[in-house]
Design a protein around this ligand. Sequence first.
Ligand SMILES: [Zn+2]
Length: 457
Amino acid sequence: MTRYWAEHAWLGGDRAEAGVLIEVRGDRIAAVAPDVGPPARDGAIELRGLVLPGLANAHSHAFHRALRGRTHRGGGGEPPHGGGTGTFWTWREDMYAVAERLDPDAYRALARAVFGEMALAGITCVGEFHYLHHGPGGTPYEDPNAMGAALIEAAAEAGIRITLLDTCYLASGFGTPPEGVQERFSDGDAEAWAERAGALRAAPHARIGAAIHSVRAVPAGQLATVTEWARERGAPLHAHLSEQRAENEACMAVHGRTPAELLDQHGALGAHCCMVHATHLTDADVARLGGTAICMCATTERDLADGIGPARALADAGSPLCTGSDSHAVIDPFEEARAIELDERLRTERRGHFGAAELLAAATNHAAIGWPEAGRIEPGAPADLVTLSMDSVRLAGAQPDTLLESAVFAATAADVRDVIAGGRQIVRDGRHTTIDVPAELRASVAAVLPHGQAARA
Ligand SMILES: [Zn+2]
């Protein structure tokens, strides 16, 4: 058994508790006692600052990390004129160029570095929305799940848990077959997807879930195959929902329904489901989504000029919120959390939609990715403890009665000092204990950038 004494810790209330003794047995928390003064802490390992439960990154595409910083200028590397150029759709072309260069080894190396970056940010579990399944031209690898297995191994090496959200992707758009690199995403039909995904193996650190890429990418007649697969297994089911207005317009034109209506009709909403983005919704959509988790990906949504989703209305309708770094424009769960409130302020010209504890609850929502026992400092939960230093220039001077507000509205990922995940220390004094994360990011990103871009790097 290991005993920790946290100077301050968040146990789920509106304020941080002082002097919290946390006993860890194996990979679980065995006991938690607040108000234990330093004299009584009895040789426990000291965690100075504010200790949070492990943060959850509920929506990730690990390989998108290779595009960070490379999508803000015009074509051909021209300097921007009047600001960056490009749209969601031109960004997608850049992303496909990286996808084209990945094989299981390169994918594992890149994902290991990206998951290492997540660990440094205090993330102890990732929901990896995984759709790059097959080799060039869509030819399956010898192990048809080689790419998924690479992600599961990468998470183990980085010391974090993973839910592999194996994603069904069958079409380029409504009624159009996959083309180019999209062939690598497709299993041909939902039955073949279900058979391949059914062969994925969970591990102590890895659970298997399902995803519908979007209503664009899975024909309506095949949605139920995916939703039933998830329901039968009690597995989480995720989908990209209404990120772009163009998707809504195309869905209305083809099906006469919004994407939320279409997904609901085929069983893709409910307590085990999580809709990602949920940016452009009707009032009826918001009501229909009540009870389904919603993953806000604010830093990606702002990067791609998607718009601002109705987070407060969704929460009021009964949807638990969670957060994801999605395209990894940045990996900073504090920025994701505060953006939920700050974006609402910009949209409504009013303050005070979400409190700090509510935003922290979203950032520590592991249930949405199929780990309902995680994300809280309490007996029986996985022993995930994230220590925020209160000595940094951002947080120095924070007061005990407003520590949560300081953490949510002023901290960055760089303030994470120590991370214990499943009882194991994976970050010590701001460094990963087993991976040289910056070096591995440099090497693995360079390896997958298309030649022209790498040469300019
Ligand atoms: Zn996404």
